[in-house]
Write a protein that binds this ligand. Structure first.
Ligand code: FDA
Length: 396
């Protein structure tokens, strides 16, 4: 490919959710935009998201749905570009959608429609999109950014880094956003896998014999909120939406708590039947009481692992408390290979919350997952990608 040198108003690195959105909006505002992507196709994560239907936003989106060292940082961008704005765009393109649960909006048909929509939006903004662009280097001289790659050298007065986090390396995830932040002297909060299955080892390994069993639970990690959703036992540990949500708050060495009987099927107490005068108090009676609210294999596991020591009232009440706050001590996570997102990232203290511009490097912007803002499961991460992209593009 012949080498070329060209000048743009804006160069965007990364044609994922945030990069496509930012390039499209900036282009439509009159900027000459170059969008560089190292994969052969844009928006690969959008394509696989939401089981191929893309959970593109959440109508209940609030700052409390995001994790960051600075919980206030995301507020401005989220207020500027809200779920209804993205929904308006989706509807303008005639993309049919539905609410699945808990405010989560999905395409009826295919996530491909979201990528196609963003590509048409880029076309409307006359964005120059280059795929298969590997090995980009960035330099900055006298207020201009110079991006070099095998295809040539490109310059612009503004540079947006939208290369995402470390999750799912086989889909093209790299740490470029963090490397560039450090290159420009910006602090990075240690990236860590989030929305990720947890591993069980040692005495807790026996739980994995229940692989495939799921239950409606309330789960939470020490510093996190409660999540009432499904827990799924896997061959390696725990997963399912409730555990994925809790995992974003979990840190190595800590426990996660699980309430296995969140609504007791209308009973006031889970083990009330054992406390009745003259009632049987043994392993079988315990298993039977647990089976009233839990799948059979889970009831058997809890009855075995959580049997009261002696069968006094106090011991039975303690056993009930244990089932309602079961403590797992995960040995780790399934790592970036399986994590839906990356928590941590470019320190928000380095960025202007209204524009995503680096405070100390005019013209340099970080958006999307590369920033230390991580959404809960349920469409929040895409909403952050759209909102942070529009915040940056609106400043150009
Ligand atoms: P994103 O990862 O989308 O884009 C970054 C782009 O930069 C990629 O195209 C990448 O190839 C490119 N890039 C990286 N390094 C580069 C380099 N060195 N040079 C050039 N280009 C480079 N969220 C949600 O809200 N709803 C959902 O339904 C789902 N579902 C889901 C399923 C699965 C399996 C995963 C892994 C993730 C989700 N997510 C999600 C999370 C969501 O996909 C994620 O938060 C957004 O895609 C983040 O958007 P970004 O644009 O920041 O990064």
């Amino acid at each position: 490919m012949p080498s070329e040198t060209r000048k743009f108003d804006l160069i965007v690195l990364g044609a994922g959710a945030a990069g496509l959105m930012c390039a499209a909006v900036a282009g439509q505002r009159g900027c000459r935009v170059l969008l560089l992507e190292h994969n052969a196709q844009p928006g690969r994560k959008i394509l696989i998201s939401g089981g191929g239907r893309c959970n593109f936003t959440n109508i209940h989106c609030m700052p409390a749905n995001f994790i960051s060292e600075n919980p206030h940082f995301a507020k401005s961008a989220l207020a500027l570009y809200q779920p209804r704005h993205f929904l308006e765009l989706v509807e303008r393109y005639g993309i049919r959608w539905h609410e699945k649960t808990l405010g989560q909006l999905f395409c009826d048909h295919s996530a491909r429609q979201i990528v196609d929509m963003l590509l048409v939006e880029c076309e409307r903004g006359q964005v120059d999109i280059r795929m298969n662009v590997r090995g980009v280097r960035v330099e900055s001289t006298s207020g201009e950014f110079r991006v070099g790659c095998p295809a040539g050298e490109f310059t612009a007065g503004a540079l947006v880094i939208a290369t995402g986090g470390l999750s799912i390396p086989k889909m093209g995830a790299t740490g470029l956003a963090y490397d560039l932040a450090r290159q420009f002297g910006l602090k990075v909060i240690q990236p860590r896998p989030a929305l990720v299955p947890l591993l069980l080892a040692g005495a807790e390994k026996s739980w994995t014999e229940l692989a495939g069993v799921s239950a409606d639970v309330i789960a939470h990690a020490n510093r996190g909120p409660m999540f009432r959703e499904k827990l799924l036992v896997t061959h390696r540990g725990l997963s399912g939406p409730a555990v994925l949500q809790a995992s974003s708050y979990w840190r190595p060495g800590e426990a996660i708590q699980v309430d296995f009987a969140p609504d007791l099927n209308g009973k006031s107490s889970l083990l009330a039947s054992l406390l009745e005068r003259g009632a049987r108090r043994d392993a079988l009676a315990l298993k039977q009481a647990l089976r009233d609210v839990l799948p059979q294999r889970l009831a058997a596991q809890l009855a075995e692992a959580g049997a009261p020591e002696g069968w006094s009232n106090a011991a039975i009440e303690a056993a009930e408390r244990r089932v309602r706050g079961w403590e797992f001590r995960p040995s780790g996570t399934e790592g970036f290979e399986k994590a839906e997102v990356t928590a941590g990232g470019v320190d928000t203290a380095e960025l202007d919350s209204k524009t995503m511009e680096a405070r100390t490097v005019p013209g340099l912007y970080f958006i999307g997952e590369g920033v230390d803002v991580t959404g809960h499961l349920g469409g929040f991460n895409f909403q952050w990608a759209w909102a942070s992209a529009v915040a940056a593009a609106s400043n150009l």
